[in-house]
Design a protein around this ligand. Structure first.
Ligand code: GAR
Length: 190
């Protein structure tokens, strides 16, 4: 199974995946980000597919096609999104049906979207966590594979809560991804 990681941020989830010993074949970034440096340090090929615009002129279909083409060129089988900041069009999910995983820093189906940590905090929940799920064209809505909970503490900020969530996410996502790949390999061999 050839695995690609899609990332935009600090890359702490990518680094947890690499530390777990999971073979990563390609990292795709949509912007300049630390994940690219982590990939280079680990000897993993990384590819920048620059998003360019963040405005209404962003051509999502063209961007999605560029990502699809690169993943096809690299013969990728499985994709793990790790804080990827661009929503891809449905053709991407058609190409990789049930082969795209995502991790979200809240207990889905509560608090989907880019501000899951902030929204959970604002709602006053006492427990939050992370959710690993199969990604579909509807953001943060695919079948749930695994969840881990953390307490929300008095005085938490968005940053402190997100840090606590990332501690469990760095365990749960690599574990779940490794099991997912193992299961796929078993199915394809039999
Ligand atoms: C992770 O907490 C991940 O759950 C979140 O971005 C962070 C990436 O961290 N993803 C989302 O919020 C997607 N909706 P990293 O850049 O340090 O790997």
């Amino acid at each position: 199974m050839r695995l690609a990681i899609l990332a935009s941020g600090t890359g702490s989830i990518l680094s947890a995946i690499l530390e777990k010993g999971i073979a990563v074949d390609l990292v795709v970034a949509d912007r300049d980000c630390r994940a690219e440096k982590l990939a280079a340090d680990a000897g993993v090929m990384s590819l920048r597919i620059e998003r360019g615009s963040y405005g209404s002129d962003f051509d999502r279909d063209a961007y999605t096609d560029a990502v699809r083409e690169s993943l096809a060129n690299h013969k990728v089988d499985v994709i793990a999104m790790a804080g990827f900041g661009t929503i891809l069009g449905s053709s991407f999910f058609d190409d990789f049906h049930h082969r795209v995983l995502n991790t979200h820093p809240a207990l889905l189906p509560s608090f989907p979207g880019w501000h899951g940590v902030r929204d959970a905090l604002a709602a006053g929940v006492k427990v939050s966590g992370c959710t690993v799920h199969i990604a579909t064209p509807i953001v943060d809505a695919g079948p749930i594979l695994a969840q881990a909970a953390v307490p929300v503490l008095a005085g938490d900020s968005e940053a402190s809560l997100h840090q606590r969530i990332k501690v469990v996410e760095r365990e749960l996502y690599p574990e779940t991804l490794a099991a997912f790949i193992r299961d796929l390999e078993r199915v394809e061999v039999t």
